[in-house]
Design a protein around this ligand. Structure first.
Ligand SMILES: Nc1ncnc2c1ncn2[C@@H]1O[C@H](COP(=O)(O)OP(=O)(O)OP(=O)(O)O)[C@@H](O)[C@H]1O
Length: 610
């Protein structure tokens, strides 16, 4: 646990002392209490009125105040901002002024007062209405903050799992924000219970406890007040203790378990053709325009791009979580763009997985509206989740969380598209490697098209048959993985695919490039245009030192041995390459290297540089 700085604790302590001091002072004087003049029956009645009216007022504001808090948390624009300010006005008014305003509404001559023939003043109903007016902002502000703190990804996922807006509120927003809302309800109750000024103006009778206290104080001195204080303090203290029990989060059991992940039990391989997917994704945002057009029958598609290039936006537009007016999303001829997210039949796994914290693993995996028990059982078994079924997300390791999110998404029989948004981000390298195998196993067993968003070329090449390279919201290259890899089409795409520009050359024939120094590379892939000037790249681990290798080269530098490998710098033609080699590789001087023709990436020279 992190330690709190001393100065902060001192400041907090000073205020706590100040807040407690009047209670201590009052309680220490209880011995002087003068009970003789106290009408105990009237005191008890007033206490009953206050408890009942505060409870009724809190219930009243809860019914509308919680939804209002949700609207304020989720809404955008100036209207919502104005609404957020207006509902806090009662906080700014002296309670007596609130009472006067309420009289204009509830009094004999007020709109509501006239309709009810004055039943809303000098009555229990009047007390409830006055208390509701002053207490409501406490609940609304607490509910707004509580809903604002709910991760929007949780609601997005629920929407893609078949829940409409009302169900998302009930199944996600409300339960996740529950504790903070309960704290707000407690505040509202206490404010209503202690309300005096507005109540006195609207309903002097029947006496509530604060009004009774005022009357008792008016008729006698401090000693006569003390008996009146006793029930007030007792009730407030009881409610506060109850509130702490209900509203303070309990620490639930187990520490996150370690990543003990059994291999995924891959089922039978999916057969049949891939789905026909037609995409024309459009977003016009301030400072960013997305336009992605693509048509494919590939089962596995990866969208690769730098940060901010529009990868997640594309996925969210496909899922219907971003509007994207004019967009087309068609899967096997079914027009998804016309449907809300809950009707698109999409299995969406967002970054961070978005597992609602109040649901156990068992509840998570069957959370989708149309989750299929047989599929749930299949994926729970395949991912080895059965022993974790009673755990909550914070009791799971990152790898287990990812498996739960995958199982949840895949347990929908109707899912035609599986969208994976950076599923391995924020994981360490060994875990990434293992979880890629999970996804690979999943891809082999589902007929749905998987669309993976990533900025890792290795991940994209392992988990996709076709690639879509994005830059600034546009597709700069798309097609089968091998084609895109070997002919990225330009410098930016080549870099996205991990190429570090190594050299330039002139195309001699459709499969040969002269890179100077008497070396001509033999490359595979789409035929090149003789005479064209090109750039080329090759990954370090694809260059092998081999005495019978095709190309003559020169070792320029032998680096230290690390992890059983030696870094080596060599010259090939006019290019300088950094590679990794066996520790026993030849010393500085001439050598030969072997490079698979498929390993070369070649793209047109942009005219800048050598
Ligand atoms: N609501 C929004 N309003 C305006 N611009 C937005 C909004 N949401 C996202 N953007 C912008 O859209 C662009 C694409 O965002 P997106 O999240 O798709 O990027 P990304 O490629 O997934 O990046 P990363 O790899 O960092 O997640 C970014 O420039 C982002 O700033």
């Amino acid at each position: 646990m992190r330690r709190t700085p001393g100065a902060i604790r001192i400041l907090g302590g000073v205020l706590t002392l100040y807040l407690l001091a009047p209670f201590v002072a009052g309680l220490s004087r209880m011995g002087d209490a003068d009970w003789r003049g106290v009408d105990r029956a009237a005191l008890l009645h007033a206490a009953g009125v206050s408890v009942a009216s505060a409870t009724a007022a809190t219930a009243l504001v809860a019914v509308a105040g919680v939804p209002l808090g949700y609207v304020l948390a989720r809404g955008r624009g100036w209207r919502v901002a104005v609404l957020g300010g207006v509902v806090q006005w009662p906080l700014a008014l002296p309670p007596l002024a609130s009472g006067i305003l309420l009289l204009f509404l509830l009094g004999y001559n007020g709109v509501l007062g006239g309709l009810t023939h004055g039943a809303l003043t000098e009555s229990f109903a009047g007390i409830v209405l006055a208390e509701a007016f002053v207490a409501a902002p406490f609940l609304i502000v607490a509910a707004r903050s509580a809903f604002a703190a709910v991760d929007p990804a949780l609601e997005d996922v629920a929407a893609t799992l078949g829940y409409g807006p009302g169900a998302v509120f009930r199944r996600i927003g409300l339960p996740v924000a529950r504790r903070a809302i309960l704290a707000g309800l407690l505040l509202a109750w206490l404010r209503a219970f202690g309300e005096f000024g507005a109540t006195m103006m609207v309903a002097y009778h029947p006496y509530s406890l604060p009004v009774f206290t005022y009357v008792a104080f008016g008729g006698a001195g401090l000693p006569a007040m003390l008996p009146v204080l006793a029930p007030t303090l007792a009730v407030a203290a009881t409610v506060l203790v109850l509130g702490q029990v209900v509203a303070v989060p309990r620490r639930r059991g187990r520490a996150p378990s370690r990543d003990v992940l059994p291999p995924v039990a891959a089922g039978p391989a999916a057969t049949g053709p891939g789905r026909t997917l037609v995409l024309d994704l459009r977003q016009n945002l301030e400072g960013f325009t997305l336009r992605v057009e693509y048509r494919t029958q590939a089962r596995r598609l990866a969208i690769l791009g730098a940060s901010g290039s529009g990868k997640s936006m594309s996925l969210r537009t496909i899922a219907g979580l971003e509007r994207g007016a004019g967009s087309v999303v068609r899967c096997d001829g079914r027009d998804l763009a016309a449907l809300p997210p809950e009707a698109r039949g999409i299995a969406y796994v967002p970054q961070g997985y978005a597992l609602p914290p109040h649901l156990t693993v068992a509840e998570q995996v069957r959370f989708a509206v149309d989750s299929n028990p047989a599929l749930v059982a299949h994926w729970v078994a395949a991912f080895g989740l059965a022993d974790l079924s009673r755990r909550y997300p914070h009791e799971l390791s990152p790898g287990q969380r990812q498996r739960v999110a995958l199982a949840r998404a895949l347990s929908r029989p109707s899912a035609g598209l599986v969208l994976l948004d950076e599923p391995f981000s924020a994981l360490d390298a060994p875990l990434r490697a293992r979880l890629r195998q999970d996804v690979l196993a999943v891809q082999g067993g589902v007929r749905a098209t998987t669309i993976l968003v990533t900025h890792d070329p290795a991940e994209a090449m392992l988990l996709a048959d076709e690639l879509l390279l994005l830059d600034g919201g546009r597709v700069i290259r798309a097609g089968p993985v091998d084609e895109v890899f070997s002919r990225p089409g330009g410098e930016i795409a080549a870099r996205l695919l991990g190429a570090r520009t190594i050299g330039a050359g002139d195309v001699l024939s459709p499969t040969r490039i002269d890179i100077g120094g008497g070396v001509a590379l033999r490359v595979a892939g789409a035929p090149l245009t003789p005479g064209a000037r090109v750039r080329w790249a090759v990954r370090p681990h694809q260059v092998r030192l081999d005495g019978r290798g095709e190309y003559p080269a020169t070792i320029l530098h032998r680096g230290a041995v690390r992890d059983g490998q030696r870094s080596v710098r060599l010259r090939l033609g006019e290019a300088v390459l950094d590679i990794v080699a066996d520790p026993s590789c030849p010393d500085i001087g001439p050598c030969r290297v072997m490079i698979d023709p498929l390993a070369f990436q070649v793209w047109p020279h942009d005219g800048h540089g050598p």
